[in-house]
Ligand binder design. Structure first.
Ligand SMILES: C[S@@+](CC[C@H](N)C(=O)[O-])C[C@H]1O[C@@H](n2cnc3c(N)ncnc32)[C@H](O)[C@@H]1O
Length: 413
């Protein structure tokens, strides 16, 4: 048993030193730990030292530092899980970092649930349970597996804290030893971070993408979560690949296998609306031409899924440069997949010219967008010395290979 003991605290001035993480976590779930954590819900991290000193007068030092650490993680987790869940759940630093946010996990779980016939899922690499929770809330029974004992314990505590223990069985094991044959589907979210940070090579994921793909192909249906930047060549012809963004930020790519999915197709899905764009095969290269009256910035999921050509076709336009994902057209086009701008000025790149133009137009608020330019938006804004009642958007980009500035404003504003 580690130094923090659930029933016999070490006393107000408990000895300092390393603590068994499982024992420290168990202590947090005792009535005393729960009370401490509840009291830290809205605590100000800037006052952590003073708070720790005060709490150590009446609680064991190890428990106080575990509670403060957990309170910090809960505050970080609010962005992913929302305040209501985050303050009932438990986290590890890696667990909160790597967990799927609720919006994306729910979307994926519901896609599984809508298929019908998916009543149980083996969640291989469950972490602290982000996906397992969403699957259970979609009415699916889950076997949640993680080889890290503390992470598995935290996943178990989260299932209990959210009233989902009846649907989620957590097992601490290596996923390569799990028999997934009793389950209707498999979900794999390999660890993509190692001791040296983010891992880009899919074969260096734990477990490697080739293992995860083989596990997926053995199951009637499967989903693999991968990095959104994964090279398309790594995907293979048997998966439907989907890129998911939330609020305009690309969050992940997921490969779907089995009945009900479309192998070889590429999909972009935008949350929260769940608007979804799909192409059955790679699209031909779109035309390129001069900047017209309207400019469209496709959502990142559309770009990652290589579906910009689809937008070009829908709006009857063309690209401004064959290597840049800005689409242009003479007539306005409204779509959930792009943000539309009306372009008023086109200038060759140059700080002086831009400054003069913004002064003449009395622009006090400047949004800087860039694609194919190395200029730092903050630095540019600082050098413009903006003053005036108007706002504008500047695009720093390339048009037919030439560094160019396009000035305009969002359509409808
Ligand atoms: C990206 S996280 C999973 C996050 C999870 N989907 C969530 O939303 O909370 C990956 C997890 O895989 C676990 N893992 C890596 N290799 C494993 C293996 N061979 N067997 C079991 N778990 C493994 C790690 O411990 C880590 O918790």
């Amino acid at each position: 048993m580690g130094r923090v003991n659930a029933t016999t605290p070490t006393g107000p001035a408990g000895p300092a030193g390393p603590t068994d993480p499982l024992a420290a976590f168990a202590a947090l779930r005792t009535p005393e730990g729960a009370e401490l954590l509840a009291g830290l819900r809205d605590h100000d991290p800037a006052r952590e030292l003073a708070t720790a000193t005060r709490l150590r007068r009446s609680h064991p030092a190890d428990l106080v530092s575990a509670a403060l650490g957990q309170a910090r993680l809960r505050q970080r987790a609010v962005a992913k899980f929302g305040a209501e869940d985050a303050h009932r759940m438990f986290f590890t630093p890696n667990g909160v970092e790597q967990a799927t946010r609720t919006s994306v996990a729910t979307y994926r779980a519901e896609r599984f649930a809508r298929l019908g016939g998916v009543r149980s899922v083996a969640d291989l690499c469950c972490g602290i349970g982000g996906d397992a929770i969403a699957l259970a809330r979609a009415g699916i029974r889950v076997l949640a597996v993680d080889r890290d004992p503390l992470t598995a314990e935290v996943a178990r505590a989260n299932a209990a804290a959210l009233g989902l223990a009846g649907l989620i069985e957590v097992r601490c094991a290596d996923v390569t030893e799990i028999d997934t044959s009793p389950y209707d589907a498999v979900f794999v979210d390999p660890a993509r971070r190692g001791g040296r940070g983010r891992i880009f090579d899919p074969e260096a994921y734990s477990p490697p993408l080739s293992w995860a793909t083989a596990a997926a192909l053995k199951a009637p249906r499967a989903a693999l979560k991968i990095a959104p930047g994964v090279p398309h060549e790594a995907i293979g012809p048997r998966a439907e690949a989907e890129w998911i963004s939330d609020g305009g930020d690309v969050k992940e790519a997921v490969l779907w296998f089995g009945e009900g999915f479309a192998p070889g197709s590429f999909r972009a899905t935008l949350l929260p609306s769940a608007a979804t764009l799909v192409a059955a095969a790679p699209l031909p290269a779109p035309p390129v031409g001069p900047v017209a009256r309207y400019l469209y910035e496709p959502d990142g999921a559309v770009i990652r899924a290589h579906l910009v050509a689809d937008i070009v076709e829908r709006c009857g336009g063309w690209l401004i440069d064959e290597t840049i994902a800005y689409v242009t057209s003479e007539t306005p086009y409204e779509s959930p997949y792009t943000t539309a701008y009306e372009i008023t000025d086109r200038l060759p790149f140059g700080m002086k010219k831009l400054k003069a133009l913004l002064r003449e137009r009395e622009v006090g608020v400047l949004t800087v967008k860039k694609r194919g330019s190395a200029v730092e938006p903050e630095e540019l804004r600082r050098r413009m010395k903006l003053r005036g009642p108007h706002s504008a958007t500047v695009f720093l980009t390339r048009v037919a290979g030439a560094p160019t500035m396009l000035i305009g404003h969002p359509v409808g504003r």
